[in-house]
Design a protein around this ligand. Sequence first.
Ligand SMILES: N[C@@H]1[C@@H](O)[C@H](O)[C@@H](COP(=O)(O)O)O[C@@H]1O
Length: 261
Amino acid sequence: MTEVVIVSDAAAGGELAARAVLAALDTRPDAVLGLATGSTPLPVYRALAELIGRERRDVSRVGAFALDEYVGLPADHPQSYRSYVAREVTGPLGLDPRLVHVPDGDPERARTAGEEYERAIEAAGGVDVQLLGIGTDGHLGFNEPGSSFASRTRVKTLTERTRRDNARFFTTPDEVPLHCVTQGLGTILRARHLLLLAFGASKAPAIAAAVEGPLTASHPASAVQLHPHATVIVDEPAASRLANLDYYRHAWANKPAWQGI
Ligand SMILES: N[C@@H]1[C@@H](O)[C@H](O)[C@@H](COP(=O)(O)O)O[C@@H]1O
């Protein structure tokens, strides 16, 4: 089932997700992480950096694959996801940069970037824990409404809504690229554990539709309902439109401690 965990705030959500990642590393020191970008996963990366330092974890064999990348931004552009991952993840967590992958957003190579990325994920043994944020239009990665549940890594055109949402990271809205390379929903569904995080009231409708709405490509995040091990970590405002809130709280409060998330 899709487990919903309601946390007090983003920092608590970040810590819970970070603990789940570290639990995966306990079983597999060469575990592969699926990285999301945007503002939502930042508390996870902060908590991970702190816990890895405090517990003196060896992360030298940990691999990572980012979900997506803009097409056409220079790789060293501060808003490219390559830069984001280097700045927020690889550096602070102390990962080996050779094991950290981001799709190739070079327009010249975009045509084959998807297939190459799929091959690299497969060669690494697949993703163990996939972090996910959610777009206000229900996108996962950059799988905009209409994306096939079977889709693989490929070039997509961003919706105007997503470009508007992401304009806050750029100097002008026109600077937001039109295209991206993103893992497909089919790629994401192959990860062994999905951790979807959302904080704030602006995400409440998208979360309700993802968890309790019909399974539909019109709301790509509803794909999480197809996954045998998906955990949705939300704060109260992001959870506010869920109909079965009482049940989620009850199930969480009575969960056997050995189960983890
Ligand atoms: N491609 C990313 C998504 O992976 C992310 O989930 C979404 C939400 O971003 P935020 O977490 O900043 O709300 O934004 C971008 O479009």
